[in-house]
Design a protein around this ligand. Structure first.
Ligand code: 3BY
Ligand code: FES
Ligand code: FE
Length: 417
């Protein structure tokens, strides 16, 4: 255990009762924050964007994970690269913008220049003094899962990214994400611990009360609902919905699009949950009228009624439709602040104002994100007071919250806490 405050965190995770939310300090303390950053954002694979973030050679984007700054670049051969944003001379930060485009990475301090594959090509005045081949930018693991970018900062990246890739690729590939473009990008700072953002995302218990726009098209029963011992009325709704899900899943799968539930969480470092959901009404997209927002189909989508391919990892959640996709991922900023970045993707040739109306494209998820941010803030306000004690999770509608929190505890234990 090499992280400060590790023993305190260790005692907290032993206190957590399955079926309940976490002890307060796991959501509020600086110690838990440091441990979380190290374990879940440096040693785990995290979602870090999409290929469309860096579509052309020379395009770069940066990402801040605590004090660690990472550059993701597309090199001259079109390959994805990731490095520490730290010059190999005296350590200056190389790139200060979130996104930019460069021919080479030139350090602002003494102008050491690096190729987009990270190799040092020129060190003014010192070119003959040093072995340039020993001073490449320090690499970070990066992988594109059919267009979704995953990085791992730790040198010993978990190997189960291979399983993740095998499972996720057939789901994502038909959406042609690698050739999509970003139609809109939005950053929300949620005033809550990152785990409260994730807890909130793993249930639809709150949907009816908070998401009028999303509830037009998303059926909350799809979010890990467990029918267990329900009333007859609830059971009737569940049975009706399940029948439709079975029928549509069979139709999509017969057409060659895997759709049934994959829930690989417990026992994994790189978690994945995905399923193609049925969209209500016209069945096309998460828009106010449920119709496709973009006239251009994504990738190899054969038609608009292709449902909602929902996917989540421990730091992200995604919805892939036939006409567009919404990719959201979080990075913790402090114990009580979390950055949520959402990207709306459309086919690269889709033209704004002609193929899609931007406002129509983003209305549902823009509203949903803000509603969720408001809820996360309320939850953080509560857990920060002495009035908070861990509360019980419903086994019908909060099964995934419990599963996720169990996973969180399990990963910390696996790391020696
Ligand atoms: O759809 C999502 O990604 C999550 C799950 C339930 C509500 N929510 C916004
Ligand atoms: Fe980068 Fe000197 S610190 S060139
Ligand atoms: Fe929500």
């Amino acid at each position: 255990m090499n992280i400060q405050g590790g023993n305190f965190v260790g005692s907290l995770i032993h206190e957590r009762k399955p079926g309940y939310t976490l002890p307060a300090e796991l959501y509020t303390s600086q110690d838990a924050f440091e441990v979380d950053l190290e374990i879940f954002f440096r040693r785990h694979w995290i979602v870090a964007g999409v290929e469309a973030d860096v579509p052309e050679p020379g395009d770069i984007k940066t990402l801040e994970i605590g004090k660690t700054s990472i550059i993701i670049a597309r090199d001259d051969d079109g390959r994805l690269q990731a490095f520490h944003n730290v010059c190999r001379h005296r350590g200056a930060r190389l790139i200060t913008e979130h996104k930019t485009s460069v021919g080479r990475l030139v350090c602002p301090y003494h102008q050491w220049s690096y190729d987009l594959d990270g190799s040092l090509v020129y060190a003014s005045q010192m070119n003959n003094e040093i072995d340039r081949s020993c001073h490449s930018l320090r690499p970070v693991h990066i992988r594109s899962i059919a267009g979704l970018l995953m990085i791992c900062i730790d040198e010993n990246a978990p190997a189960d990214i291979d399983d993740f890739e095998k499972l996720a690729t057939p789901r994502l590939l038909p959406f042609g994400l690698a050739e999509a473009k970003i139609a809109h990008e939005e950053v929300l700072i949620e005033e809550g611990n990152w785990k409260l953002s994730v807890d909130n995302n793993r249930e639809c218990y709150h949907c009816e009360g908070s998401h009028p726009e999303l509830c037009r098209t998303l059926n909350g029963l799809d979010i890990g609902f467990d029918p267990g011992a329900l009333t007859e009325e609830q059971l009737e709704e569940w049975n009706k919905h399940s029948a439709e899900v079975v029928q549509e899943t069979a139709r999509w799968e017969a057409a060659g699009f895997p759709s049934s539930l994959i829930e690989e969480i417990t026992g994994r470092t790189t978690m994945l949950r995905t399923q193609r959901f049925v969209i209500a009404e016209s069945g096309e997209s998460h828009t106010m009228d449920s119709k496709a927002a973009s006239k251009r189909l994504m990738g190899e989508m054969p038609e608009f009624r292709m449902g909602d391919t929902h996917m989540h990892t421990h730091n992200s959640w995604h919805h892939f439709f036939a006409d567009h996709a919404v990719v959201s991922y979080i990075i913790p900023l402090s114990p009580s602040r979390t950055e949520l970045r959402s990207l709306w993707l459309v086919h690269k040739d889709a033209k704004e104002g002609f193929d899609y109306d931007l406002n129509n494209l983003i209305t549902v998820w823009k509203a949903t994100n803000q509603q969720d941010a408001d809820l996360v803030k309320l939850a953080q306000q509560g857990v920060e007071t002495t009035g908070y004690v861990p509360g019980p999770l419903s086994r019908h509608v909060e099964r995934l919250v419990d599963l996720n929190l169990n996973w969180y505890i399990e990963r910390l234990r696996a790391a020696g806490y």
